[in-house]
Design a binder for this molecule. Structure first.
Ligand code: IMP
Length: 177
């Protein structure tokens, strides 16, 4: 896997620091509130596992599975493969994703969840690629900004590979061109 990576963007140490910071902020901001943390499968898995272990207040977790890439590197139509099971009415919902690029996927999810009468809906993203944004979407919690390149690792995939790399790197363009 490592030979397919052009450069390392975010190391395991950086990821641990990001998760500690975000977990602390969320724990402080949502103290005393009923919180449901909803992760977007499958890319969110490593981030979600590390993030929730840094959240020190009681939370419930659930998952949704939107799919926008269908094995390529550009956003297409979104298909919802799995919805949440928990009731979120009057609950504070935190939607967690690995990366917000065009913002289209998360905007659709926010609108869908917003119609179910939650107390609030906010977005947590490990990575934010603001240069790619095509719709208005501002995540409340951002791990770090990334340049407009295709990144893989720590949950992020290309054609379902690289999710198990423990760090995040830029994929060599010849791997997907
Ligand atoms: P958006 O709808 O364009 O914001 O895309 C959101 C989804 O696209 C993310 O949850 C990722 O699954 C995927 N995605 C966007 N950029 C990248 C990338 O650089 N590498 C891997 N997946 C990406």
């Amino acid at each position: 896997m490592n030979k397919d990576i052009e450069s390392v963007l975010i190391t395991e140490k950086d990821l641990a620091e990001i998760n500690a910071r975000l977990g602390k902020e969320i724990s402080e901001d949502y103290l005393g509130k009923e919180v449901v943390v909803v992760g977007m499968l499958k890319g969110v898995l490593p981030f979600m596992m590390d993030l929730i272990r840094n959240i020190t207040i009681p939370i419930k977790i659930d998952f949704m599975q939107p799919n926008s890439y269908h094995g390529g590197t550009t956003s297409q139509e979104m298909i919802l493969r799995k919805d949440i099971d928990l009731d979120i009415e009057n609950k504070h919902v935190l939607l967690v994703d690995d990366i917000v690029d065009t913002g289209k996927t998360m905007k659709l999810i926010c609108d869908m969840i917003g119609k179910r009468n939650p107390a609030s809906v906010e977005v947590v993203t490990l990575l934010d690629k603001p240069e790619g944004r095509l719709v208005e979407l501002t995540p409340k919690y951002v791990g770090t900004l990334v340049p407009n390149a295709f990144v893989v690792g720590y949950g992020l995939d290309f054609d379902e590979y690289y999710r198990n790399m423990p760090y995040i790197g830029i994929l060599k363009p010849e791997k997907y061109q």
